[in-house]
Write a protein that binds this ligand. Structure first.
Ligand code: SF4
Length: 439
């Protein structure tokens, strides 16, 4: 009867005593998240299949977060926003984090920012639950010990009408990270290392569970970075057992009545891989694949045109704190774009201080650009007028999660995925740079 954490969550959600990898089961969802890009077609399919006057299965269990293409003059993008707004009002969706005024984002108290970080900040990432989202990086939420995965529009429309989904139980690959984290490494280096090891299809339709004393010492923000990128290895979900760090993060954000779930003692894993983090070095993923791993120090001759610090992977407040640690007291040599993931991160940039200076002062004194309105911005390219979009075939060091051709705009642009430390060090020199040069 032994099950892994993920199997136990799915068994409970399916009202079954036991599930095994490969089982096809009907799972009851606790939450469905959608956004301005995937929302309109999900809504269209929902109306087509359930009827024009149909009601969603539970208005309290749907979260709609505009975040992708929002600060733009693009008419089709703005129409998307109107579509989700009309639907949220019509269905009385409880959690609709609207942005009505595109020109003054701070005048929108309901507006949050990038969905995956907003979900966590607003207390929607609850241990033991099942979260589906119409976005592949929904796996981010697994950092809180829940089952969280991205789904397509048709599945989401079905879920919207019924509250359930047919799901195959994934087998679990466990990654045990041990040792004290060196002061030049961040979670981004670890996940790039793992993806480099197993490849972009190395965890296809499997759970990637992260464990070990390194993970136990990590903040929730760093744990999110690990889980965020499991989809880059094809993972169905990422997960980390909840602990005191998890509960402290959730305190005051959500109801304390959740039921955390843990691996059974004799749980069976598809595979176990162990890493001694003290032996690892800063890494990048070179163009054009997240598994194109290389040591940063081997890329010293790569001249860059810009640095981008942002997204659900690398635009959290901890990511900016890490970048500021390196940049403080230096001048950047290339345009350095700062895109906070959420409105809260944006505000924190102007409040949190390091040695008497706010983070924004540190960045502006170093010559970085003004922090942008929080959104997905250029992480996914977006309309031509998107802040930070790579409209030319330039070379960019980015804290985002994907570097496929065209991902940030121009198809000939070259994206080096990196940690906030490496991104900051590279901004200072104008070359891909190992952060140890500045620590
Ligand atoms: S920040 Fe990038 S990866 Fe994250 S949800 Fe937005 S587009 Fe997707």
């Amino acid at each position: 009867m032994s099950m892994t954490l993920t199997e136990k969550i799915l068994a409970k959600a399916a009202k079954l005593a036991k599930v095994s990898p490969g089982d096809n089961i009907w799972v009851n969802a606790d939450l469905l998240m959608t956004h301005d890009v995937a929302g309109p077609s999900t809504i269209g399919i929902f109306k087509q299949e359930f009827g024009i006057n149909a009601k969603v299965w539970n208005r309290n269990k749907i979260v709609i977060i505009p975040d992708h293409y929002i600060f733009t003059a693009d008419k089709r993008a703005n129409r998307n926003l109107e579509t989700v707004r009309e639907f949220a009002i019509e269905q009385e969706i409880k959690y609709f984090y609207d942005i009505k005024d595109n020109s003054h984002f701070q005048a929108n108290p309901d507006y949050k920012g990038v969905c995956h970080i907003a979900l966590a900040q607003e207390g929607h990432t609850i241990p033991g639950q099942v979260l589906f989202g119409t976005d592949s990086h929904t796996c981010n939420a697994g950092a809180f010990g829940l089952f969280a995965t991205g789904i397509g529009h048709t599945d989401a429309a079905f879920l919207m009408g019924t509250g359930k989904l047919l799901l195959k139980v994934p087998a679990t690959m466990r990654f045990i990270l041990s040792g004290e984290m060196p002061n030049y490494l961040l979670a981004k280096d670890l996940i790039l290392h793992i993806i480099g090891d197993i490849g972009v299809s190395g965890a296809t339709y499997r759970t990637m569970e992260f464990a070990g004393d390194t993970v136990e010492q990590m903040t929730m923000e760093e744990r999110m970075t690990l889980c965020n990128m499991v989809i880059e290895a094809g993972g169905k979900n990422g997960v980390i057992a909840p602990d005191r760090t998890t509960f402290e993060y959730l305190q005051g954000r959500t109801q304390p009545s959740f039921e955390p779930v843990y691996n059974d003692v004799n749980a069976r894993f598809f595979s176990d891989r162990s890493y001694d983090v003290t032996k690892l070095e800063p890494l990048v993923a070179k163009p054009h694949s997240p598994d194109n791993r290389e040591l940063v120090r081997n890329c010293r001759d790569v001249m860059i045109d810009r640095v981008y610090i942002g997204s659900c992977t690398g635009g959290k407040i901890a990511d900016f704190i890490h970048a500021a640690k390196i940049i403080k007291g230096h001048q950047v040599k290339v345009p350095t774009y700062l895109v906070p993931a959420t409105q809260k991160v944006y505000k924190d940039l102007f409040c949190i201080k390091k040695d008497g200076q706010t983070l924004s002062e540190i960045f502006l004194n170093a010559g970085c650009m003004e922090p942008a309105p929080p959104s997905c911005a250029a992480c996914v390219g977006g309309p031509l007028d998107t802040f930070g979009r790579l409209n030319e075939p330039q070379v960019c060091v980015s804290t985002t999660n994907r570097n496929f051709p065209g991902r940030m705009g121009n198809k000939q642009a070259q994206i080096y995925l990196a940690s906030p430390y490496t991104a900051a060090a590279s901004a200072i020199t104008g070359y891909v740079t190992d952060p140890r040069d500045f620590i």
